[in-house]
Ligand binder design. Sequence first.
Ligand code: AMP
Length: 417
Amino acid sequence: MTIDQFKFAGKKAIVRVDFNVPLNENGVITDDTRIRGALPTLKKILSDGGSLIIMSHMGKPKGKVNPKLSLGQIKDAVAKALGTTVQFAPDCAKAQEAAANLKPGDVLLLENLRFYPEEEGKPVGIDKEDPAYEESKKAMKASQKEFAKTLASYADCYVMDAFGTAHRKHASTAVIADYFDKDHKMLGYLMEKEVKAVDNVLSNIKRPFVAIMGGSKVSSKIGIIENLLGKVDKLILCGGMTYTFAKAHGGEIGNSIVELDKLDVALGVEELAKKNGVELVLGEDSVIADAFSNDANTKIVPSNAIPAGWEGLDAGPETRKKFQAAIKGAKTILWNGPAGVFEFDNFTAGSRAIGEAVAEATSEGAFSLIGGGDSVACVNKFGLADKVSYISTGGGALLEAIEGKVLPGVAAILGEK
Ligand code: AMP
């Protein structure tokens, strides 16, 4: 079923959205991109005469009630965005009555799904090494099904529109779909758009294909890096990862971020790139700082000759030129992760150089896909959002989709391809 085909009039739809929005210390939303992202789906259902049961997680409460992560805090913002009143169900697993009373046009927001460990379906309070772990996992899987069934019982149809968590097989993102037949479950507009953007990159790669991977660590991105080495023509590795590579070659990296247990992984990446004929582009110089602070003193030095007491926080001018040259002429671009500590205004130059080169290549016909909260924040910060082809709401989900994995949240609706 598709969202455009389904007749929502008089029906209750339970919609999984990603309302995991950042809040400040007063519980005020600092970036409502994710709420705005879900609006096309939510408004379509309401304007067709359906009623809405909205469900989401927020943060990592680890299966326990945590008022700081209550979705009650965003109820008014959701109401404002939808232009209608929103009811709140303070216990997502006990909302039968509130759901049953919904009339066409009504909206019910459920409390944070992750207040229940069943949402994620991982046993809590037991170590993986414990002999009882497997038994506990089995029990948790069974109660996850019950939890998903309860959620499903609230509604006539299920809409999956949370791309940011589509790579997780959670109760609300995948398991719940088992309780609806194929004519009563569908992807929302945001999911449709995201899936199409990934397909666009994977099925129709125009070359050269340049991927830019940044951020803090090699370890969290090694899967996608190895996978991309089978797909791209050039791979730019930047940000904190630079120093694990420099160290692997015996460089001096001062206090720069490094994963000392991943030096062989870095060398393996270089080997694989060589074997696959992929041009690996690494930084040569860095903007270094004498403290992890926006106001630190800075110098520019080679990335493998950083004095003790200093740390690399951004790409240096030679590196920026090298990255820009590597991006120029690309026809497909994937960017995930910043090239420096862009949160500090004095260390944005590397990420800005990349963003500008991506925008220029896009204006010359490249398809550019930006994903991951930090790279999206960069693009927004530099005013380049409308100069790239597609900004994904997913980080991990986008990378797994690009790796060619079928996301559980997609498979739950469309089946395994
Ligand atoms: P990730 O979550 O792995 O994508 O990493 C994103 C984070 O990497 C951002 O918060 C950046 O501030 C950080 N980052 C980028 N470059 C560096 C660097 N040279 N040193 C420390 N952190 C960095």
